[in-house]
Design a protein around this ligand. Sequence first.
Ligand SMILES: [Zn+2]
Ligand SMILES: [Zn+2]
Length: 332
Amino acid sequence: MDDAEENKAVGRGSTGPPVTQLSLAPFKLVTEETRATILGTLASYQAENPHDSGIGFNELREAAGIGDSGKFNYHLDKLQPAYVKQTESGYALTNAGVSLVGTLRAGVGAETVRGPETLDAACSICDTELTVRYEDAILSVSCENDHSDPRDYLPPRAVDGRTLQEAVSLQKRRTMHDCEFIREGVCPACFDDVECKYTVLDAPQASHVLVATCEGCGRVSGSPLGMYLLREPPVVAFYHDHGVDVTETPLWTLDLVIAEPTLRSEDPLQLSLSVERDGEQLTLVVDEAHNCSTVSVLGSTDIPGCTPRSPRQSVSNCSQCLRGRGLSLTTR
Ligand SMILES: [Zn+2]
Ligand SMILES: [Zn+2]
């Protein structure tokens, strides 16, 4: 493959190999020290001069510390158009260039180990102290009985210079973002299609999970159903009404994440999840397509005269509750 073909083969819509088969072309473009230096220099320049649209040829060469102009020109040319673009004022990274530098800067293969550190929180199953640990690029929160709360990949740069508590907060935001992508059927790593399978684990809580497998990069992730609903407007509003900011609150204190759903219908599959705060209950229904509807926001089940048959199944069927407090029924 010549250089022109190498450049063309970068990307999903190229005429290169099928997307599931990785092409060597993007790697070959950067597996040379001078090219890596140029990419790093361009990134540093953009960070220091965010309002400049590019850096001139000689200025870039000097900043990169490359004395041989011909050699510099040769390698700079190889990086175009995939990773470097030419602007009116010189050279700059393309979006793919920024993305590549970002991945490398975030840390690949760095052996950072941190913790364990105790968190000011208790396990929702056994009530023992929760600890956080970072190893093998995995940030995990668990208790002494190995009940695992969030556990997910986080690149080393996310932990460098931050407390593990701050890293836990970052990881949570990233997981929420990933779950939004997965609900849309899109892989948060490579933007290919993901296949989602509803799975029930043999676990004491958060056992109903949606496992997403990417058809492109093979990324596999699993999160409890409630995790995918945290950004639903009724959920955000419900928690907000009860003084909880779902974006700031640790996952282990959000009962929706560990809530066990009840089956509403097998065909089509519909599951209902309920959470309670200060005597008010929010009930959500999720269907096979991961659509979520708010079935009810009701007052306490202990309204005088109301005897629900069971805490979960009862409320949306209980005529006394429906009469007793305002019912908000929205279906999207
Ligand atoms: Zn525990
Ligand atoms: Zn993927």
